[in-house]
Design a protein around this ligand. Structure first.
Ligand code: FUC
Length: 772
């Protein structure tokens, strides 16, 4: 079958498993469309449907015992008594609640068609360009078609069922949820699901399904609705919970659903669809990518993926995967909504893997490597809003657990303001807020919105930096970093080391990643203060702490960047976390040209990880692509991109940890972008890691720091032309392996060219063409 749509996932059979089904989402609602013939299943999500509840009053989760134990734990760690420190920390430093509760499925919508005639010409697809999932097939004399989309304009999931010739649509509609909910037909056109989480859960939720029949009839029947002899049927699904914010779950979900439905009263299906497509494309179409075409283009997506698993190269599939990452972010992270969690917004479980939460020691951050470079900056903002909501609880935890000012987050959080250590001693990692602050700063660097910096970014950064300033301690005499400022206690997230006596531990002080995160946060805070003015005392304090901060260490024995304060041996040298490489990516303390020695040491560390089987999980594999892109190692990056597709990708192109976890999708998308364009080192680097397999192609609409947007074409592995739009009129420095000249249609350009670098002035709103 010819596939004439560029960015479409398609299949010639219905989904068997949930991970074959196709996702639609509007940031707040999600649906997984199976495309069944006799029975269509559409699994539903609403982003605030989390078990648990506010942690206020008696539910305060901070541990009053923690602060008293902190100096003792610190001393034990400085004395290399890691086991005793671990013991004491597990008794004293934990929050009262050891595990958070899960984000949950809202339920399922089923459409049962009592037609068992033979099916031909079956096709199921998801068109990323329209955000519409489509299922079409023939059964006997009838042509069936269904389409499903989640509209951000009207805040609904919309299902349209049609058949040709008309008047022949007969099916039953039901909604189900495996626990905590009831479903009833309110009348012949309305099904209502009503629920409340858990036994003592506080969160109420509801889903309303409105059935609009054209021709034919609909009839309430056994908690469902039956459609008879219809020409076409439109279903509107509204869903809501009682969640208002982390301390308030008192909204009325029924009223919310009714409001959503009444807002489309009298609006035609065609209008809703047209407005949805226009809104969707206003984001999606900002970036276009072509990495070359292959024969495989006309194969169903699962067959293309299977071929890659067998070793094929499929540039078109990579471009599709890239756009899918952007699509998934649009579907799970829209302004005013919650951020994308471990599964975006798509989760069929009541107790999801890792609760489908926000892991703040790599996973949620990886989700947000996409929005800036891939031209969806507004999709970044839900993360900032979540961060703001964590300031107040994070202040309390900072005070109660550390006697510190500012705000702290540990290695995970939820929608109920969770900021204490969880899951065991490895949760005693108070660096989550500091790392998250990289995101607010990066958003500033790309768009340079000073108002935003002042209102949202800087206050978050300042609060996180305040905590770190109070948390840092001087390493005592007799320790390797004596006299410098270090973190204590500390982890290199989830990884362990072997002490000289053979004991294994995770718990330490001054893990390299901490130092890199702090280096970045303090440097960025100083830059922000220099832009905004004020806070001179804080600036001085940050500058002095930066000078005293413990340095990164290169192992004398191995030449590798050390992950810990001592050059320990590792029980899992191929560990999935590569935290000490943070300075290389996503941060930029380590760059190829700026810090060549550290870069060489980081490369050795990476090679060592890989010799020992590194990159096993989806997200870990995705991170590798980004590292190799930063090393400008095109074939290295490509190898791991191929492995991400071959080993860690499901038939619907969801990333698999395993199981499904969306971070790998976003990390993969970011990696592809970083192979084409980088701007972290003070210059725009065009095609820094272009592999042989993408020898000819183009990309349009990637963003670079400093308010630039870039289109590029290349042939035979060489840049042919780049167009750089300057939004802010900043000076532009471009690195490219080709010799280029710069021109602007509207005015002469003063450009200086040396080696591979060209520098020119720009004016706001003008476009500059670089030709080879
Ligand atoms: C981190 C990772 C795991 C998993 C979990 C959600 O703890 O180490 O691999 O991705 O997050």
């Amino acid at each position: 079958m010819k596939n004439d749509k560029k960015f479409t996932l398609w299949y010639n059979k219905p989904a068997g498993a949930w991970t074959d089904a196709l996702p639609v989402g509007n940031g707040r609602l999600g649906a997984m469309v199976f495309g069944g013939v006799e029975r269509e299943r559409i699994q539903l999500n609403e982003e605030t449907l989390w078990d648990g509840g506010p942690r206020i009053g008696d539910n305060d989760n901070n541990s009053p015992k923690a602060l008293e134990a902190l100096p003792k734990v610190r001393q034990l760690l400085f004395d290399d008594k890691n086991e005793e420190a671990t013991q004491l920390a597990s008794e004293m430093l934990h929050g009262i609640e050891k595990r958070i509760k899960s984000y949950q499925s809202l339920g399922n919508l089923f459409l049962d068609f009592s037609n068992d005639a033979e099916v031909t010409a079956y096709r199921r697809e998801l068109d990323l360009d329209t955000g519409i999932a489509n299922t079409t097939y023939q059964q006997g004399e009838l042509n069936f078609s269904r389409e499903v989309f989640a509209t951000a304009v009207d805040n609904l999931i919309v299902v349209r069922v049609e058949s040709e010739p008309p008047g022949k649509l007969n099916f039953d509609i039901t909604m189900t949820r495996e626990q905590d909910a009831t479903v009833e037909a309110i009348d012949n056109n309305l099904l209502r699901l009503d629920g409340q989480c858990g036994n003592d859960g506080v969160l109420r939720f509801a889903a309303y399904l409105q059935v609009n029949v054209e021709g034919g009839t609909s009839q309430a029947k056994n908690d469902g609705i039956s459609v008879s002899d219809a020409d076409a049927v439109t279903l509107f699904i509204a869903a809501a919970t009682s969640y208002i914010n982390q301390t308030d779950a008192s909204a009325n979900p029924h009223e919310r659903c009714e409001t959503y439905l009444s807002a489309v009263d009298g609006k035609s299906y065609q209008d809703i669809r047209t407005e949805h497509i226009a809104e969707h494309q206003s984001l999606f179409r900002r970036v276009d990518l072509n990495l070359g075409s292959t024969e495989a283009e006309n194969l169903p997506t699962d067959e293309r993926l299977a071929a890659v698993k067998e070793g094929a190269s499929d540039a078109g599939l990579v471009a599709l995967y890239f756009q899918y990452g952007r699509y998934l972010l649009m579907g799970s992270s829209r302004p005013g909504c919650l951020p994308a969690n471990l599964q975006g917004v798509w989760n069929e479980h009541m107790n999801a893997p890792w609760n489908s939460d926000y892991h703040t020691n790599i996973n949620v951050q990886m989700n947000y490597w996409v929005p800036e470079i891939c031209n969806l900056p507004e999709c970044h903002t839900p993360l900032f809003d979540l961060m703001e909501s964590l300031v107040e609880p994070g202040n309390r935890t900072a005070k109660i657990h550390y006697g510190a000012e500012g705000w702290v987050v540990h290695h995970l959080t939820d929608i109920w303001g969770f900021t204490t250590p969880a899951d065991g001693v490895w949760g005693v990692w108070p660096m989550g807020a500091a790392w998250l602050c990289e995101h607010v700063w990066e958003h500033y660097l790309f768009g340079e919105d000073v108002e935003y910096l002042k209102r949202q970014a800087y206050p978050l950064m300042k609060g996180a930096a305040r905590f770190i300033l109070d948390f840092l301690v001087e390493a005592p005499e007799g320790t390797p970093l004596a006299g410098t400022l270090v973190t204590n206690p500390s982890h290199s997230p989830e990884n362990s080391f072997l002490k000289p006596d053979g004991n294994r531990s995770l718990f330490t002080y001054a893990a390299t990643m901490d130092l890199e995160i702090i280096h970045e946060l303090f440097t960025n805070c100083i830059a922000a203060i220099d832009i905004l003015g004020g806070d001179a005392d804080l600036r001085a304090e940050l500058a002095s702490a930066l000078e005293r901060l413990a340095p990164l260490q290169i192992s004398e024995k191995t030449g590798r960047l050390q992950e810990w304060v001592f050059d320990y041996d590792e029980p899992e040298p191929g560990h999935r976390h590569m935290s000490h490489m943070y300075g290389l990516h996503p941060s930029c303390q380590i760059t190829l040209r700026g810090t060549p020695e550290l870069a060489a040491a980081a490369k050795k560390s990476l090679e060592y990880r890989l010799q020992h089987g590194g990159g096993q999980t989806g997200w870990s594999r995705a991170w590798l692509i980004n590292f190799f892109a930063r090393f400008e190692d095109a074939e290295g990056a490509y190898t791991h991109l191929q492995a991400l597709l071959a080993k860690c990708t499901l038939t619907n192109l969801f990333d698999t940890h395993p199981p499904f976890q969306i971070d790998g999708n976003f990390g993969g998308t970011s990696g592809i972008a970083e192979m084409l364009l980088q701007s972290h080192a003070g210059e725009i680097n065009l095609l820094p890691a272009l592999p042989k397999a993408w020898d000819t192609g183009y990309v349009k609409g990637l963003r670079a720091r400093g308010g630039f947007e870039v289109d590029m074409t290349w042939e035979n592995g060489k840049l042919t032309e780049a167009k750089i739009r300057s939004a802010l009129g900043r000076d532009c420095t471009v690195r490219t392996s080709s010799t280029v000249s710069v021109a602007c249609e509207e005015q002469p350009v003063k450009a200086a060219v040396s080696d591979s670098v060209v520098t020119f002035d720009t004016a706001a709103g003008k476009t500059y063409t670089l030709s080879t």
